[in-house]
Design a protein around this ligand. Sequence first.
Ligand code: ADP
Length: 444
Amino acid sequence: MDELADELYVKQNWRGPLIRRVLLLVGACLLLGLISGQYAWALVLGLGGYLGWHLRQLLRLHQWLRTRQANEPPPDGYGLWGEVFDNIYHLQRRDQKARGRLQAVIDRVQESTAALKDAVIMLDRDGNLEWWNLAAEKLLGLQTPQDSGQLITNLVRDPRFIEYFEGSNYQEPLELPSPINDRCRLQFHVTQYGNRELLMLVRDITRLYQLEQMRKDFVANVSHELRTPLTVIAGYLETLLDNVEAVNPRWLRALQQMQQQGGRMQSLLNDLLLLAKLEATDYPSDNQPVAVDLLLLSIKSDALALSAERGHRISLEADPHLKLKGSEAELRSAFSNLVFNAVKYTPAAGEIQIRWWGDEQGAHLAVRDNGPGIEAKHLPRLTERFYRVDSSRASNTGGTGLGLAIVKHVLLRHRARLEIVSSLGKGSTFTCHFPALQAVRRGQ
Ligand code: ADP
């Protein structure tokens, strides 16, 4: 209705009436000039009066705009001026209403986000705090209004958060303890919006974290507890088999199988314990440059021993000047898992290439074989625990199903990622990509 009224006000065309009025005025002046014989004076008087009247209206408008209180209607105007007054008044009213509506929407959004249990924090493109809700104060200890305009990295000072925030790769959320309460575990999600501003959502995942922790502890404890009885059983089996002549021949095969399965169980427990250890901390405690070329050399000779009479051809090409910051023991276990898998799954006399090189993206290790390959549908799930492409194939090789899960964890702890390229019947390539900050060149 209002909009219709606004339109009606501006629709009237004033050109005709104005011209008519000016002509009427000039006519009246000329008539006055005819009566008085003073045409010029009559015209000056008439037009001067008309101009004075317009100036007065203009001044009234200016006065009203200057001293106007909220919603105060404009002064009464006559003709075109009256319409100009009314139009300005209508436009202002419309503007006020639109602003009121917008404010109501903003208030509602702010009220609902303020009531959220998750922290919502708005940051400008440089990471300075612009707005946050009540939960952000509870979870991160932000203070209103002192912290407004502060850099988020000055308030959440954990180095992992700073690295994540400055890395600008927010695809995966980050988990950290709360800066104000160690026992509270938080998950940070950062999203870019608008003009590269940032929206940060922080969730309290303490309960989920505790459950996850319980699961990890349970697996670690069970593995640990099973290790002792298994060592005893394996020890007795070994003793029995060492004295093979004293053993009833009917039992010999059974004992041998028991020993073989016992060995499998032991490597399963070892892998489970290693995984539990890897999960216990975010980054390895030692971060010394590791000579990967020498490490690969020793893995290669172990792989040749594993291959034995199956006669794989294993080639190694490694940059001797390129080292990698990290834990040697963890890297050895990851790399040997990849190389041993290639030996295990590639048929006899197959070819395996190990390559270690660096470029501007970082350092890379590739293990390539010309074995059976893996169907594309299995690739995304390959690093899951106990995931096997073909259970019969895995049981032949005595694998635990945990090898690639260990590789994934070790790589995560070294800020690296695993890329698997494989095509059925042609072979597979497993490549570990390490970021440049983990690599060390000789002379650096
Ligand atoms: P496993 O202990 O069974 O080897 P892994 O986690 O190391 O467990 O590997 C998971 C599965 O991935 C294996 O069961 C196997 O099917 C497949 N796989 C791993 N490496 C290769 C490879 N080089 N060639 C073909 N298949 C492979």
